[in-house]
Design a binder for this molecule. Structure first.
Ligand SMILES: Cc1cc2nc3c(=O)[nH]c(=O)nc-3n(C[C@H](O)[C@H](O)[C@H](O)COP(=O)(O)OP(=O)(O)OC[C@H]3O[C@@H](n4cnc5c(N)ncnc54)[C@H](O)[C@@H]3O)c2cc1C
Length: 381
């Protein structure tokens, strides 16, 4: 297998590199990620620039404002963005989850109404799946949707909703039939976050920032035309969202890790002083990164063949999140007290990495997926 760029891929990479050089101001490179990227209007402005440059929704069909490019172009995009330490598009949930779900299950009206606005950052989306009593076990969702004529009336609470403080729309998993068998009573809705009865309360994280939120729904009226898929088929629609959540993120995660490993090597060259144990730990992180990179190529192969992300996405997310925690801990250890006096990058990365093994599926849940769907072991329940 030849992993080098084809002629077209190399041309795309060179063009993108030049575009980033010309369009990304120097002071906007190397940010910490996290909530910081929403501090000013630059996030939406930058996302719009990516869209105008033709770099948002690279693999999306042209009719929805995408570029209709192969998945390998998306992988190159993530690599080059990380290389330039460029801030990402703010529409993380719209681009990675809501958009692909609307493309798979939406009506023509829903596609026309939302897809190009997701790409241009005119619409920011959030994901209302988790509840106080339903996280890993999404089928336990209790936020209710009661059908009254042309609307569903939604009541309940979601939690840990990233970007809800900014969002214009939410992809919401609701319980429309409390008497139905497990998995069969759920309905998936698109909710306008500016509707009366929607209340968002930010939750502060260990980093001190508030990236995620509680959302309360109090008699919120959602038109039936905003339903994605059929009533009672919310579980199947949600599975499409989750497949995309983990499936296409691998290259972005690995590219960001590449930057962190590079920074770790810089500190290690200055500070390790031939200490064999530490040298081994640093080398092990570099080797892990290469393993992750090649697993990504395998995932890309599946995606290019089938158009649907495979279970490799779960393995990549698992290994990446655990490595990011180890790596950021090692970075802080190597810096020692100096790590408190510098710009706080490693400190912030380490605190933020705690959530990595919980968000988008906990490590235990991902191990179950790998055991059952990749290795064919008996189901845990
Ligand atoms: C930074 C961050 C951002 C997030 N953003 C969003 C968002 O935008 N939208 C959204 O809907 N949610 C979001 N979440 C929530 C996230 O999806 C949930 O936290 C996650 O699914 C786990 O659910 P829970 O917190 O209810 O924990 P639980 O499901 O209650 O799990 C508790 C513990 O039990 C373990 N466990 C649970 N089930 C099993 C099992 N079957 N086998 C073995 N162990 C098990 C888990 O691994 C965990 O250790 C976010 C979370 C974080 C940390």
């Amino acid at each position: 297998m030849d992993l080098r760029d084809t002629q077209e891929e190399a041309a795309f990479r060179a063009e993108l590199r030049g575009w980033l050089e010309a369009n990304l101001p120097g002071e906007r490179r190397g940010g910490r990620g996290g909530a910081q990227r929403f501090d000013d209007a630059f996030g939406r402005e930058w996302s719009r620039k990516l869209y105008d440059g033709g770099y948002a929704g690279l693999t999306w069909p042209k009719e929805y404002g995408g570029a209709g490019a192969p998945y390998s172009f998306q992988a190159i995009f993530y690599e080059e963005m990380a290389r330039a330490q460029a801030p990402g598009h703010v529409g993380v949930i719209g681009l990675g989850m809501a958009g692909p779900t609307i493309m798979a299950h939406g009506t023509d009206e829903q596609k026309q109404a939302h897809l190009s606005k997701i790409l241009s950052a005119e619409e920011i989306w959030c994901q209302g799946f988790s509840e106080p009593g339903a996280g890993s076990d999404l089928a336990a969702a209790r936020t209710s949707a009661e059908r009254r004529g042309d609307v569903y009336v939604v009541n309940g609470q979601k939690v840990w909703s990233s970007f809800a403080q900014l969002a214009d729309f939410c992809i919401l998993v609701t319980l429309s039939d409390p008497d139905a068998k497990r998995y069969q009573g759920l309905t998936y809705l698109i909710v306008d976050m500016h509707s009366p009865g929607v209340e968002v309360r930010p939750l502060r994280q260990i980093t001190g920032e508030a990236e995620f939120n509680e959302i309360f729904f109090n008699d919120v009226q959602v038109p039936v035309s905003n339903r994605l898929g059929e009533e009672g088929e919310g579980w199947q629609v949600a599975m499409t969202t989750l497949l995309h959540e983990r499936g296409t993120l691998g290259f972005a995660l690995t590219a960001a890790l590449d930057v962190s490993v590079g920074k770790l090597l810089e500190i290690a060259r200055e500070r390790v002083n031939g200490d064999a144990g530490t040298r081994e730990r640093v080398a092990a992180e570099w080797i892990e990164l290469q393993a992750l990179r090649y697993t990504n190529y395998r995932a890309l192969g599946t995606l290019q063949r089938t158009g649907i992300p495979g279970p490799e996405g779960s393995a990549i997310k698992l290994r990446w999140s655990e490595q990011n925690q180890r790596l950021t801990k090692l970075g802080r250890e190597l810096l020692g007290a100096d790590g408190i006096l510098d710009d706080g990058w490693w400190h912030h990365q380490q605190l933020r990495s705690r959530g990595n093994t919980i968000e988008a599926g906990t490590s235990e849940v991902l191990r179950n997926i790998v055991a059952e769907r990749v290795l064919g072991l008996p189901r845990s329940r």
